[in-house]
Design a protein around this ligand. Sequence first.
Ligand SMILES: *Cc1c(COP(=O)(O)O)cnc(C)c1O
Length: 370
Amino acid sequence: MTKMHDIPFLDLQAAYRELKPDIDKAVARVLESGWYILGPEVEAFEQEFAAYCQAGHAIGVGNGLDALVLALRAVGVQPGDEVIVPSNTYIATWLAVTQCGAKPIPVEPCESTFNIDPERIEEAITPLTRAILPVHLYGQPADLDPVLSVARHHGLRVVEDAAQAHGARYKGRRIGAHGDAVAWSFYPGKNLGALGDGGAVTTDDAAIASRIRLLRNYGSREKYVHEVQGVNSRLDPIQAAVLRVKLRVLDSWNERRRALAARYVDVLAGAGLVLPAVPDWAEPVWHLFVIRSSARDALKAKFDGAGIGTLIHYPIPPHVQQAYEDLKFDSQAFPLAGRLAEEVLSLPIGPHLSSDAPVAVANILEKQRT
Ligand SMILES: *Cc1c(COP(=O)(O)O)cnc(C)c1O
């Protein structure tokens, strides 16, 4: 940790402490079992997580990026294909596409929700397009119905990046099986976080599920018999055991986030910031609470000085990252992504943040105004 904040952005140790007896017991159970790759603990988590997500199947994999890559491969994305992605997202969304040898085709977001604008998808479709990859950014579901209908109309697959959306609902139904496949990350800071790396894919499609099971384990169903060139990306049983404990508290921890978000909206009204907008069909899980300000950098400095931890998600859009130099995007090609990168700021939020924190944050703004 580089700098201590009085109000930390996120407190992972507090999360462990709250569940310590159950987590310690779960870890010990795996250590004693002698079963250290896949096996009953991973299978139990897969069943519980699928049921939670209202999906037919869940397949545990090594991390969120692998979940995206394997989901894209399983729906048939191949080298030379194009995949439509948001212009404003974490770079993993794009990396998954390029790892498949496909090309990311960015589409700008709706300004109010930060999620991909379904109205702009059609114009990005070409004969090479194979799939659409919406992201439920910051824990708020993307508008899936219009995305699914464009996809159906053009014969495209839909893979969702749900790395920030554990428990979120779209029109009353949990994220987990609206599209062909849904990719999850259990990176420690996510709403459902492991004590290390982890990921999963959920789907209602038995053939996709079976393909991912094959791909994650060396392309092998039967030991030393390899049907396809797979990878090694398996959810660790120790992480699966920890995730089973944390899945039981996910709804109540998301509820704490929701209460904090509501409090922020209350106390920050009239503070001159753009606050998150929630469409009436969306039930977000507030992975992040992101505000916008044209004076973002000064504001962040002010919070830092006052001991309040904030972060920027994300400061550089993928199309201007050096990693994607080879795609030769004009840096101004996606102005909305560019502007969001300059204006967004994530305020502290999490199941262990004090309920007084939103008021402390608002007080800093008051001081700024006088
Ligand atoms: C965290 C995250 C990922 C990647 O997950 P890892 O488990 O870190 O590989 C992908 N997409 C989004 C939007 C994320 O937030």
